[in-house]
Unconditional design. Structure first.
Lengths: 223, 234
């Protein structure tokens, strides 16, 4: 399973590295969203600074949708989906590989967007490790849920419109928890529900969807 | 048929009883919403649970049967309807009592997320596919959505406790007046019966839809065959 996962993840990441779609389209899109937020909210009144964690994660979420769409498109052409299915690779390995590839891209994107938030929104990071933990666990959850729903919608003609409708309500808790955890990492203040609780929730979400994917990816591929 | 009559009779009785409830000091006319809103909310939960249960029954190899898939799909459509009605009647009730159409209360937010999940499920079901493929796909989607419900619950509840206390507490602190309790109970019964009645017919229609698709496919194949004969003869 692990070997298969590494193979699939390596394939997807190599394609991204060579096609540069993620680098040249998804990344700039995320930064553009950050700039659009500044247009929508008055940058002079400190709203941007206060709302920075939420805006950051919304930008990540939209970019994650694009990354998942892209991860499907890679296999949509030339019957690659059927080839992967018939390759004899362990379905659990395929799932882990695809999710890991999406996760790696998202992490790179988060670093870029994080720098963007610090530069554009005048934000100071207080608790770097809370932020790193939130980013890692939220990314694992997003990538796992995204890959599962991606597999569900993969063969469908309406997948571009259906995927956001299916995925966004499901990852709503990730947005809430990641935003709250980042909030305390940026402001340094602790709230009634501590950052640790939110990190725990993010971890539970990630574990649930990874476990689901390991068990159910096989039947999902059969569609 | 008798289920339909029972549903309509209890629904009519709920309307009559609800409209004849006395005005209350705090809420005046609006307290009469108690006759329908709690019943609708309860039915929305029942319908969603039926979908979840039927999807699990379909996925379980020993109990796998086409009827569970049809039941899950039909119940999900009704769950969407009742969840939407719950949000609408709740808003109508909330406007005069809280002063706003919507508050970001944990329960309200969860219901809104629930509606989004259900709409996604319904949309997925409407994608044309073989009955078997559709059944597996939608059962998986139902289970995927089911997994997130408890996580959603914690996320939304904690999120709200950050900012304020629960803005509404639906467990009545003072015991309800007799006539209000009667109207509410009747509302529960009426909405459940309406749901059951609609469900029976929605499953029947779903079965007919599948049968029609089969017939249409056969007819189309037949037509192609007949087109081919003159060519073969010539």
């Amino acid at each position: 399973m692990w070997r298969d996962a590494v193979l699939v993840a390596g394939k997807d990441l190599r394609i991204e590295l060579r096609s540069r779609i993620a680098l040249q389209q998804v990344g700039p899109f995320g930064v553009l969203v950050l700039v659009l937020f500044a247009f929508a909210l008055d940058p002079d009144r400190g709203i941007l600074t206060r709302a920075a964690p939420g805006l950051f994660w919304v930008a990540v979420l939209f970019s994650a949708l694009l990354a998942v769409q892209r991860s499907l498109a890679v296999e949509g052409a030339d019957g690659v989906r059927d080839a992967v299915r018939l390759s004899g690779l362990d379905p659990a390995g395929i799932f882990l590989g695809k999710a890991a590839a999406v996760a790696v891209q998202l992490l790179v994107l988060e670093v870029v967007l994080g720098a963007g938030v610090v530069l554009l929104y005048d934000v100071h990071i207080v608790g770097i490790w809370t932020l790193v933990a939130a980013a890692l666990s939220a990314t694992a959850g997003l990538a796992a849920a995204g890959s599962l729903y991606g597999a569900l919608a993969a063969g469908l003609r309406v997948r571009e419109t259906l995927l956001p409708l299916l995925l966004l309500p499901v990852v709503a808790p990730v947005l809430i928890a990641a935003t709250r955890a980042s909030e305390s990492a940026l402001t340094g203040t602790s709230f009634e529900v501590s950052a640790g609780d939110w990190l725990g929730l993010l971890a539970v979400f990630a574990v649930l969807y990874i476990a689901f994917g390991l068990l159910a990816y096989g039947p999902l591929l059969e569609d | 048929m008798s289920l339909g009559i029972a549903a309509l009779v209890t629904l009519a009785a709920t309307c009559v009883l609800g409209l004849t409830l006395p005005k209350t000091v705090e809420q005046a006319e609006y307290s009469r919403m108690i006759a329908i809103h709690p019943g609708i909310a309860w039915t929305a939960y029942v319908a969603s649970s039926v979908t979840a249960l039927a999807s699990i029954l379909w996925l379980w190899p020993r109990t796998r049967h086409e009827r569970w898939d049809l039941l899950a799909g039909s119940s999900a459509e009704l769950a969407t309807l009742f969840t939407a009605l719950m949000l609408i009647t709740g808003s109508i009730w909330g406007r005069p009592t809280w002063g706003v159409w919507w508050v970001w209360d944990a329960r309200l937010t969860l219901s809104a997320l629930m509606l989004a999940l259900l709409l996604g499920y319904d949309a997925l079901r409407r994608v044309p596919a073989e009955p078997d493929v559709r059944a597996r796909r939608s059962a998986m989607a139902a289970l995927l959505a089911l997994v997130v419900v408890p996580v959603n619950h914690f996320a939304v509840t904690w999120w709200r406790t950050l900012h304020q206390g629960r803005s509404l507490d639906l467990t009545p602190k003072d015991s309800l007046d007799g006539s209000f309790l009667a109207a509410m109970t009747l509302g529960f019964l009426a909405m459940t019966l309406v749901y059951a009645w609609l469900l029976v017919h929605r499953v029947r229609v779903a079965r007919l839809e599948d049968a029609r698709d089969d017939l249409a496919l056969e007819a189309a194949i037949d037509e192609r065959r007949r087109e081919a004969i003159p060519v073969a003869g010539a």
